[in-house]
Each structure stands twice: as structure tokens, then as C-alpha cells.
Design a protein around this ligand. Structure first.
Ligand code: AMP
Ligand code: ZN
Length: 471
């Protein structure tokens, strides 16, 4: 089945043609590990995870590479502001290395909770300094660089069609770069490949280079590592939309200048998660993390479900109300699935043709530039289809969940481990109270909450009994 993706470069949905038949190389820009990921960042990683699993559903062999930025990323993507790693180190009175390790681990813990599978190759910028130096040397040899006051700059006027990805005029692109003008630059859009003249006097992360002791600019790490691990023609490169005008534009300028040909075939960008009062940003300080929403009573799967209800190219407005609705819908879905699974009978029919018909329908939706909402419609059709046996439904749900990764078939009993008996006791007390006050609605809500944890409530004259479900 053909796969279609929206390519930012052409601004069109295109049929996907791989560089090597049956294989897909995907490079995704990873986190800058100076703080926790916010839930907006995580939306982008969920999109990339689904993309990879959708290709796998279509029997492609995927190689996914992601970088970890642990050096060189200044507050603004365009070489201005403070060094992000340094900010983290000062904030927490730790070394930059400690900060990088801590937040890399925290990032992967969040991913694990969200069923975001670890990429096949995770590469740290600080482990690839020599690769970056080699690329800068090639750029220098080819005449794309100049040195000014110790820093090595990329001269964007030497690169034809610098603005092709952003599709903005040079004036529009320049507007962003003019905020904090670097006098050393020939063109405000030129960017640093190697800093030796750092404004951060106590910069700890420094390496020897042909241009002096210093550290790399941010964009060069992605050029160096993606080419190293995926070769000089890459199928898909992803990131959030904020990367289009600066980071990815500069990556293209570097990589295509070095390689001398087109580098990435499809550019895919995830739209932002936004708050009703604007952009979600780490610099605002009090940003929303996965742990914060967990503390508010939501599970990572609730958040994943919430993200999957809208398409990756649409902005998604976050609110706790919207998340609560997603939580409820997810809970209902899991109950329906549990009901189906617990009613599978021995030796029930599992007709391959019927199952494949739905699998193909599902694949058609996800192959259409990841139309996940439509893929959910197929799931609900399966659940409702009276012609299907519970066995067939279970097989299909299991198959679809290799892409959704929502633990649809996983028993909820594991939640019990997280809950100590105090929590359960508290819920029962609250429910008894509600019943005594004839607040049937509240009593039902609590009963449903317990049910979603795999605990059934049985009311009898002797009081309330609990039954732990094993489905
Ligand atoms: P960073 O760690 O800031 O480099 O960002 C990690 C990833 O999250 C990048 O792909 C960004 O484009 C993406 N991103 C940043 N902010 C948001 C947001 N509010 N919503 C969705 N993705 C975002
Ligand atoms: Zn990148």
C-alpha cells in the first residue's frame, strides 16, 4: 500500500518513495537536555513515534536516529541569548555534564511512560565533536565559511536557495535574526559553526579544533550525526514547526553544501501544542511537564490519547478540561476492549479475510499522512461490528495498538501496584458518603474510577465488596 506524507519542502502531500526499497531512514531532532521536556515537546515525540510505527505497520524496516543536544544550543535558535546547558547548571548548582545526564534520563523516563519507543540510535552531540569538526573543515574547504573574531561562521549568501524550506522571503527570515545583531556576521542570517570566542567565559564544555579551543554551534550536530548514521540521502527528517525557519534551514545549508546534492527527501513537521494564553515555552519557567499532569490525576496514556485525537499538522489547544474529556473517552474505550477480551470464547472463529479487510482499512488511514483520527474511526467500527467475533475484534485491536500504543489490551490491574490501599479505602469512604447523601452521580463516578483500575464494586446488605478483575 502506498504511503503519503505531507512534505514541508513542497507544501504538498506526496507519495512516499524510499531511498532503499522497503526501508525508511528517519532522523528526528532530539531534546536539549537542560530541563524537563514540556508536554508540547512530548506531543512532537508522540507524533514521531506514531510515524515510525505507521511505517512498520506497512512492513517497512525503519531506522530511527535521534540526537541529544547537550552542547551549543543558545536560548535563541539563531546564536543569541544564553547557553541553555549553562542556564541549567547555574539554576541547579550542578555541572553541565550532570545536568545533561539527569535530563536525558528524565526525558527517556517520560518517553517510556508515554510508550514512545526509544530510537534505534540515540547520539549525543558531545560524543560527536570530531564528526562536526570534519564537516566544518569540508565546508571551509568548499568556501562556505569565514572566521570573524575567533568564531567560524557559515556564509549563507554562498548557498543557493537558502530560504527554500521556510518558503519565506529573505527579508522575512532576516526579521527574526535582527533582534540581537552579531557585529561579526556579514549577513544577519549567517550562523556560527564553531565558537572559540565565547561570551561565556567559564564555558566548561570545550574541545580543541583547527580554529582554537571552543565548542560547536547547534545546527552542525544534526548535519554531522544524521549523515553519519543514515547516509547522505535521508528519507525523512522531522521536528516541530519552530525548526523550519532556522534550525532545519541551517541544517540544509550545511549538509547540502557538504554533500553537493539534495539531502532529505521528505521534511515532516509537527504543529505546536498551545495554551489558551499562548505558546508553551520553557523560558516561561512554570511549564507543564508529564509529572505535573500526572499529579493532577491524569495518566501518561490519557495524554497520549489526547494527542492522538488531532492530526499532527494541526495546532492542538491544551486545557485540563480537554484532557479530562480525553481521559473519559480513553477510559470508556478501555472498558469496551476489556469487555470484548473477557468475552472471547474458546475456539471462537478468527476469519483471516475479515480481519485483513479491517487491517487494510486501518493501514489506508494511517498511510494517508498519518490520519490517526480516521484510524480511530476504524477501531470503533470494529468494536461495533456485530459480524465480528470477539476473537476477531481482539486480534484487530491488538494489531491497531501496535501503532496507537495505548495499552488497549493491557489489564488495568497494574494500576493497583501504584495505588496503596489507603487510596482505595479513601475512594470507598467517599463513595459510601455519597450514597448516604443520595448523591448517586458522585457514587457512580467513583465506581467507574475504581472500575477503570480493574476493581469492581459489589454493593450488598453486608456493605461494599471489592472484586479485582483479571481481564
Ligand atoms: P527542544 O528540546 O526545545 O529542542 O524541543 C524538542 C522538540 O519539541 C522539537 O522538535 C521542537 O520543535 C518541539 N517543540 C517545542 N515546543 C513545542 C510545542 N509547544 N508543541 C509541540 N512541539 C514543540
Ligand atoms: Zn536538529
Amino acid at each position: 500500500m502506498n504511503f503519503y506524507v505531507y512534505n514541508t519542502m513542497s507544501r504538498k502531500k506526496e507519495e512516499f518513495v524510499p531511498v532503499n526499497e522497503g526501508k525508511v531512514g528517519i532522523y528526528t531532532c532530539g531534546p536539549t537536555v537542560y530541563n524537563y521536556a514540556h508536554i508540547g515537546n512530548l506531543r512532537t515525540y508522540i507524533f514521531e513515534d506514531i510515524l515510525k510505527k505507521a511505517f512498520e505497520y506497512g512492513h517497512y524496516k525503519v531506522k530511527h536516529v535521534m540526537n541529544i543536544t547537550d552542547v551549543g544550543h543558545l536560548q535563541s535558535d539563531a546564536d543569541t541569548g544564553e547557553d541553555k546547558m549553562q542556564i541549567g547548571a547555574e539554576r541547579e548548582n550542578k555541572t553541565v555534564w550532570e545536568i545533561a545526564k539527569f535530563y536525558e534520563n528524565a526525558f527517556f523516563e517520560d518517553c517510556h511512560k508515554l510508550n514512545i519507543r526509544k530510537p534505534d540510535i540515540v547520539c549525543k552531540a558531545t560524543d560527536h565533536i570530531q564528526d562536526m569538526i570534519d564537516i566544518i573543515k569540508t565546508l571551509e574547504k568548499k568556501g562556505y565559511t569565514y572566521t570573524s573574531k575567533g568564531n567560524v561562521y557559515y556564509e549563507i549568501d554562498k548557498f543557493k536557495d537558502y530560504n527554500k524550506l521556510a518558503n519565506l522571503s529573505m527579508e522575512e527570515l532576516e526579521a527574526g535574526a535582527r533582534i540581537d545583531v552579531d557585529e561579526n556576521k556579514k549577513n544577519p542570517l549567517d550562523f556560527v559553526l564553531w565558537f572559540t570566542n565565547s561570551k561565556f567565559k567559564d564555558q566548561i564544555m570545550q574541545w580543541n579544533s583547527p580554529w582554537g579551543k571552543g565548542f560547536p554551534g547547534w545546527h552542525i550536530e544534526c548535519s554531522a550525526m544524521s549523515i553519519k548514521y543514515l547516509g547522505d540521502r535521508i528519507d525523512i527528517h522531522c521536528g516541530g514547526v519552530d525548526h523550519i525557519p532556522v534550525h532545519h534551514t541551517n541544517e540544509i545549508a550545511e549538509s547540502e553544501a557538504v554533500l553537493g546534492h539534495k539531502w532529505v527527501n521528505y521534511w515532516m513537521h509537527g504543529e505546536f501544542l498551545v495554551l489558551s494564553d499562548g505558546k508553551m515555552s520553557k523560558s516561561k519557567g512554570d511549564f507543564l511537564t508529564l509529572s505535573k499532569i500526572e499529579k493532577e490525576g491524569f495518566s501518561p496514556m490519557d495524554y497520549r490519547y489526547f494527542c492522538l485525537q488531532s492530526r499532527y499538522r494541526k495546532q492542538l489547544m491544551f486545557s485540563f478540561d480537554a484532557l479530562r474529556q480525553a481521559q473519559l473517552a480513553y477510559k470508556k474505550l478501555k472498558e469496551k476492549v476489556a469487555d470484548i477480551v473477557s468475552n472471547v470464547k474458546e475456539n471462537e472463529r478468527a476469519d483471516k479475510e475479515l480481519v485483513n479487510k479491517y487491517k487494510n482499512k486501518f493501514q489506508e488511514k494511517i498511510s494517508d499522512d498519518l490520519n490517526i483520527p480516521n484510524a480511530f474511526t476504524v477501531l470503533f467500527e470494529v468494536i461495533k461490528d456485530n459480524e465480528l467475533t470477539n476473537k476477531e475484534k481482539s486480534l484487530l485491536i491488538e494489531s491497531f495498538d501496535t501503532v496507537f500504543s495505548l495499552d488497549l489490551l493491557k489489564s488495568n490491574n497494574h494500576n493497583l501496584e501504584k495505588l496503596d490501599s489507603e487510596d482505595i479505602k479513601r475512594l470507598i469512604c467517599e463513595r459510601n458518603d455519597a450514597r448516604n447523601h443520595k448523591d448517586w452521580h458522585k457514587a457512580d463516578v467513583i465506581r467507574d474510577e475504581l472500575k477503570s483500575m480493574g476493581i469492581d464494586i459489589i454493593d450488598s446488605k453486608e456493605g461494599t465488596k471489592l472484586k479485582i478483575r483479571n481481564s
